[in-house]
Design a protein around this ligand. Structure first.
Ligand SMILES: [Zn+2]
Length: 73
């Protein structure tokens, strides 16, 4: 049995992903620029680019979420 079969790594969440998704959506809506491609490939590329420039904010619990929010403030 593989190591990861013993644990639920699915509850490990990078809170930075949620923050990037929200901010990306907000910025694109504000800009409303028809010159920016919003196909899935381009949006995911933008999100990956942003995430690679940010410090990850992993959490495994509600307390972790609160800590991540406080750190972003
Ligand atoms: Zn595109």
């Amino acid at each position: 049995m593989a190591f990861r079969d013993n644990y639920d790594f699915g509850i490990l969440v990078n809170e930075a992903e949620r923050l990037v998704e929200e901010e990306l959506g907000r910025r694109l809506e504000e800009l409303g620029d028809p010159g920016i491609c919003v196909c899935e490939d381009c949006i995911l590329d933008m999100a990956a680019f942003a995430l690679n420039s940010l410090k990850p904010l992993y959490r495994v619990s509600l307390l972790g979420t609160m800590y991540a929010h406080a750190a972003m403030d």
